[in-house]
Design a protein around this ligand. Sequence first.
Ligand SMILES: [Zn+2]
Length: 139
Amino acid sequence: MSLHNINFDAIFGTDKYRQFLADWNGGIDPRLKAIIIELTDYTMIEYSHGLTITSLNRSFVPIGSNPKSAHFEGRAADIRSRTFTAEQSAVIVKRARVIWGSKFLHIIHHDSGNGEHFHLNINYPFKRNGWRNGGSYGT
Ligand SMILES: [Zn+2]
């Protein structure tokens, strides 16, 4: 599947693919979707390739993962980063923070045990660790 050169880390026709599609089309905050589309346009122009989303919403807590993750609330995405150099990844993170503001968008480039990726999440106000309190939900 390719829309704005955005791909899901799943084989077309599988349950995993259908879940990605359902999350993308209504299961995630539309502002997160807009951020990913804008980011993909940037990587297409600058690096001639789009993005692969490796995780959107989660319905269970993997061992060692954060049970309060924004992935449970439709406001987080993981994007494969190994297709970018370290320098490119640093530029992508820095640019996104400038454009969206680091209080609104939490974006990091890391490896939490399942491969290096960009983790993006929108910080909601009025929540514990929300941006109004200066914090953020992570990974
Ligand atoms: Zn994540």
